[in-house]
Design a protein around this ligand. Structure first.
Ligand SMILES: O=C(O)c1ccccc1NCC(=O)[C@H](O)[C@H](O)COP(=O)(O)O
Length: 262
């Protein structure tokens, strides 16, 4: 892929580490828990579908949480999370494939492996229900190949876009679950208008996720009004600055955001 010269230094560094990361030793075969089914169950229960993210730290976090990742994930599910996203990138996000495997064993909701995957062998590092593929980092042909390779293994690929052109690439690659990332990977700023500008172009049969920058019940309602089937939320739930913040309560506050809509 041509060098992307417009990335934040932290993202450059994440990508450099991803290029070096080895793949798994054998091809994974997953019996995945369906995200669309989990979203439908949440809607039927009157819960906003929230994919809560276990993110010990990040380039933009104002601290690190050392809590046991399994306890964090269980607390998020107790707060009504529809699915769990796990950052498995070690050097910039404090995650690991081992944490994801332990979390998936402990909870019964779908688990997303949120990592920076660049080639097929990297899909096999650990079993998960969903895998992230980021359009910006992949040639269109590689993206289509990775979507197919992910499905062959039983994963549900979540394809991440940031603008309408990337959305077109994602759809051409056969994406059925699409995340619009409100975080701009050039400046690391979040702007919820990003989702609002892309969402109208997304076909109805796609499961559409608003990612990043959702920090309050009002943000949840805003993203849902713009067409989000689900929201992926990390920082507002992890609340890194307040080390012992209650992630169950933080999750519940967003899950119940449509209850007090008056
Ligand atoms: O979170 C970061 O600081 C970050 C920096 C550079 C690249 C990616 C980054 N985050 C990865 C994510 O996808 C987010 O953790 C996820 O969308 C949740 O975002 P938020 O709710 O804003 O924590």
């Amino acid at each position: 892929m041509e060098t992307d010269t417009d990335l934040a230094p932290a993202v450059e560094s994440i990508l450099e580490a991803a290029r070096e990361r080895p793949g798994g030793n054998e091809v994974v075969d997953v019996d995945a828990r369906s995200l669309p089914d989990a979203v439908a169950r949440a809607e039927a229960d009157g819960r906003v579908p929230v994919i809560a993210e276990v993110k010990p730290t990040s380039p933009t976090a104002n601290g690190t949480r050392d809590d046991d990742p399994v306890e964090l994930a269980e607390a998020m599910v107790a707060g009504g999370a529809t699915a769990i996203s796990v950052l498995t990138e070690p050097s910039h996000f404090g995650g690991s494939a081992e944490s994801l495997a332990r979390i998936r064993e402990a909870v019964d909701v779908p688990v997303l492996r949120k990592d920076f995957l660049l080639r097929e062998a990297q899909l096999d590092a650990v079993a998960a229900d969903l895998l992230l593929l980021i359009v910006r980092f992949l040639e269109p042909e590689t993206l289509a190949d990775l979507v197919a390779a992910a499905r062959e293994r039983g994963f549900q690929p979540l394809v991440e876009v940031h603008d309408r052109a990337e959305l077109e690439t994602a759809l051409e690659a056969g994406a059925e679950i699409i995340g619009v990332n409100n975080r701009d990977l050039a400046r690391l700023e979040v702007d919820l208008e990003t989702f609002e500008s892309v969402a109208p172009e997304v076909p109805d049969d796609v499961t559409l996720i608003a990612e990043s920058g959702v920090s309050s019940p009002a943000d949840v309602r805003r993203m849902r009004a713009a067409g989000a089937d689900a929201l992926l939320v990390g920082s507002a739930i992890m609340d890194h600055g307040a080390g012992d913040s209650d992630v169950t309560e933080n999750t519940r506050r967003l899950v119940e955001a449509e209850d007090d809509e008056t």
